[in-house]
Design a protein around this ligand. Structure first.
Ligand SMILES: [Zn+2]
Length: 412
């Protein structure tokens, strides 16, 4: 793995404080093997930014997005069909634009052209259309998941925005938006600079990212997988503001709010061609240490949740002689890596393994059973994934299956 330079300040002075594990099963043989690597999570010793400090190759991107496309944000069980988080985003952006007009003594004017960079399936644009029925809306993304039939869509590589032309918005973009995108792009400064080039003279950029300014509330951690290899960058308000400054943008408005499992950091940015770069401290400042703490705290709590699951499995085996695990993926691999006694329980068949897509494969002397077999299970079987979205689907499938236990579900 080649080391990357800091994507905010270009220096290459890292302090690695943790790793992110990522792997895939090699299913070519009957016996499953894990192709598994640890990717360094580091803090830039020049500007304090926290990111995965290796270069993301095309090969790595292909692996990362092969198994799980970039999913829509999983806010909370109670918010699955809700548009509220997206309405809050557009309201934040529009009130910021109003503030700008007020400051300049201009009459209020709705943005004529609104472009969503990294629009996904288009939830934010749908909320925008409801708020701004007369505006011209465009969605841009590279993964073609867009599902809004009456909004224009452009396929474009978000890591290459300097190649973007202004054909679709000859007067410039009045409001650009990127919600839960900046943490995924290779170079956030180039991404912001690329958008800035497309702005109209009074245009602004709305950005929302997961907030790593401070440790997350314990009950939220792990439920939406905010520390994972698809997230290259971990922002605090300070580092996001620094990224904006490096791109020639200034902060107009900011907010930090928590919705369900997601601490959200929102900013509205505008071009500021005259700002000086003065974020030159050689030592990280105290605020930048907080991002390291927030990420470490997040990972530690995920480990605690896996330890709780391991304890439940052991207790069930002690009590019933046998137990099961359902969902043989990344969390399973971390669980058995951190609690190697479970491998012996797998080998002795006291711990049965269930998975729909890996059924029939062998692991540590055991044949993985299809999850449909759980309908008639007589021993407690625990869901293995932490991610709430995955467990919701598994709970829906297993409603009638008496022995299936979701060890992480605390009610809606
Ligand atoms: Zn840096």
């Amino acid at each position: 793995m080649a080391t990357a330079s800091c994507q905010l300040c270009s220096k290459e002075r890292w302090q690695t404080f943790s790793h992110i594990a990522f792997g895939l099963w090699d299913t070519t043989e009957l016996e499953l093997k894990r192709q598994h690597s640890l990717y360094p999570l580091s803090q830039c010793q020049h500007c304090g930014h926290v990111q995965v400090s290796v270069q993301y190759t095309n090969d790595l991107f292909a692996k990362l997005y092969f198994h799980s496309a970039q999913e829509a944000v999983m806010w909370h069980e109670s918010l699955i069909a809700s548009h509220a988080p997206y309405q809050e985003m557009i309201n934040f952006a529009l009130s910021g634009l109003d503030d700008i007009n007020n400051l300049l003594g201009l009459t209020q004017q709705s943005p004529k052209t609104v472009v969503d960079f990294g629009c996904g399936e288009g939830k934010l644009l749908a909320a925008t259309q409801a708020a701004l029925p007369d505006s011209e809306l465009v969605g841009i993304d590279f993964n073609d998941r867009f599902s809004q039939t009456n909004i224009r869509y452009l396929a474009f590589d978000l890591n290459n925005l300097e190649q973007l032309t202004s054909d679709a918005w000859p007067q410039g973009i009045d409001l650009a938006m990127a919600s839960h995108v900046l943490e995924h792009v290779i170079n956030p400064v180039e991404f912001l600079r690329g958008i800035k080039q497309q702005l109209s003279p009074k245009g602004a950029i709305f950005i929302e990212v997961p907030d790593f300014s401070a440790p997350h509330p314990l009950p939220s951690i792990g439920m939406s997988n905010l520390v994972n290899l698809q997230h290259i960058h971990y922002f605090s308000l300070d580092s996001l503001q620094f990224a904006a400054k490096q791109a020639g943008l200034r902060l107009i408005k900011q907010a930090r709010v928590i919705t369900g499992y997601i601490p959200r950091l929102q900013v509205l940015l505008q071009a500021a061609n005259d700002i000086a770069l003065n974020h030159d401290s050689t030592q990280p400042e105290s605020h930048t240490v907080s991002t390291v703490n927030a990420v470490s705290h997040y990972q530690h709590q995920c480990q605690q949740l896996r330890a709780q699951l391991a304890a439940k499995v052991r207790a069930a085996i002690t009590r019933h002689g046998k137990a099961g695990l359902w969902g043989i993926g990344a969390d399973f691999y971390l669980l058995i890596s951190e609690h190697t006694d479970l491998l012996e329980l797998i080998a002795s068949r006291q711990l049965a393994l269930f998975d729909y897509s890996l059924a029939g494969k062998h692991y540590h002397g055991q044949t993985i059973a299809c999850s449909s077999k759980l309908a008639n299970a007589i021993h407690p079987t625990f869901l293995c994934p932490l991610l709430a979205e995955t467990r919701i689907k598994m709970r829906a499938i297993s409603q009638e299956w008496q022995q299936v236990v979701d060890p992480f579900f605390k009610g809606i």
